[in-house]
Design a protein around this ligand. Structure first.
Ligand code: CAA
Length: 290
């Protein structure tokens, strides 16, 4: 069993950047790929901010911070991933786009220990089917914000091999994450439980049963959750929530997974939550906005 010293990441959004930060903090070298330069620049700036904050709070010294920044490189050239011992993909939730990417990664990295998807709900089998070596393909589902959340779901698809699963679990442990294993069903363990709860909160708000603030305060103060459900939806991204709800509904045909009409209306209007400045809350003033 070989260690993963160099991690490849495809996708420089919130999740990909968080995975890069966690891996670099644990001493790994990281190559982050995106076809466009702008998301790479944003990812780099985010890493610099996060590392500076860690130094200011005494969690990292100057040398440690410089090491983290040195260990992460960014490239628009997918060929740059050839240096990687394993790859984690964190791009848009579209099975065809992911499938084509995995086909390319499979060709590019014949010796990689594993090719993992960070998908929240797309069947890993559907992605693995695009490759010649489906035994190397599995899910590694991280939670947001990745540097803070210690969980990774390891998703074992029909053709995933034991060696790839063991290597992926070892890798996750080596960057300080706790792993739980799950079969390849949409939603895995956590979203299977979390999504019906979040969709119920949206329906409750849509029905005019309570205000967004009271729904959120109810779960924060009543159940000790760090964020109320509508704030959490805005944090995850309403477009992401919608895609996860659709995938779960398609898989199980159960109404509690289906995205409520209000969620669809917000998404088609470009209100994706915190990242777009408006979702259930308006982030210029933090008032209920939907
Ligand atoms: N990157 C790095 N560190 C971060 C961070 C980020 N993006 N966001 C917060 N932190 C760190 C802060 O630096 C701070 O660390 P220190 O105390 O050492 O300085 C710590 O986390 C706490 O942050 P804050 O004080 O700013 O704020 P907070 O106490 O309100 O915590 C939170 C913020 C950690 C996000 C907390 O609100 C929380 O746990 N929320 C729930 C998150 C959650 O449920 N995530 C799962 C989403 S579901 C998912 O991801 C799966 C899916 O498929 C949809």
């Amino acid at each position: 069993m070989a260690d993963v010293d160099v991690l490849g990441i495809v996708g420089a959004g919130f999740m990909g950047s968080g995975i890069a930060e966690s891996a670099a903090l644990a001493g790994k070298h990281v190559v982050v790929h995106e076809p466009e330069q702008a998301p790479l620049d944003r990812s780099r700036a985010g890493l610099e901010r996060s590392v500076a904050k860690a130094v200011a709070r005494g969690r990292l010294d100057e040398a440690g911070a410089a090491g983290v920044l040195d260990r992460v490189v960014y490239t628009t050239d997918i060929g740059g991933l050839r240096a990687a011992d394993a790859v984690v993909e964190a791009i848009m939730e579209d099975p065809k786009v992911k499938g084509k990417l995995f086909q390319e990664l499979d060709r590019l990295l014949p010796d990689a220990r594993f090719l993992a998807s960070n998908t929240s709900s797309i069947p890993i089998a559907e992605i693995a089917a695009w490759t010649q070596r489906p035994e190397r393909v599995l899910g590694l589902h991280f939670f947001s914000p990745v540097p803070v959340m210690s969980l990774v779901e390891v998703v074992d698809a029909v053709d995933t091999g034991q060696e790839a699963l063991d290597d992926a679990c070892d890798f996750a442990a080596s960057i300080g994450k706790h792993t739980i294993r799950t079969k390849d069903r949409s939603g895995f363990i956590v979203n299977m439980l979390l999504v019906p709860y979040l969709m119920s909160a949206i329906r409750m708000y849509e029905d005019g049963f309570a205000t967004a603030e009271d729904i959120d305060e109810g779960m924060k103060r009543g159940c000790g959750h760090p964020m109320g459900p509508l704030t959490l939806c805005d944090f995850i991204g309403l477009d992401v929530m919608y895609a996860i709800g659709e995938s779960l509904f398609e898989e199980f045909k159960r109404a509690d997974f289906a995205p409520p009409p209000l969620l669809k209306r917000l998404v088609v209007s470009g209100h994706f939550g915190r990242k777009s400045g408006r979702g259930f809350y308006d982030y210029s003033g933090s008032r209920a906005a939907a």
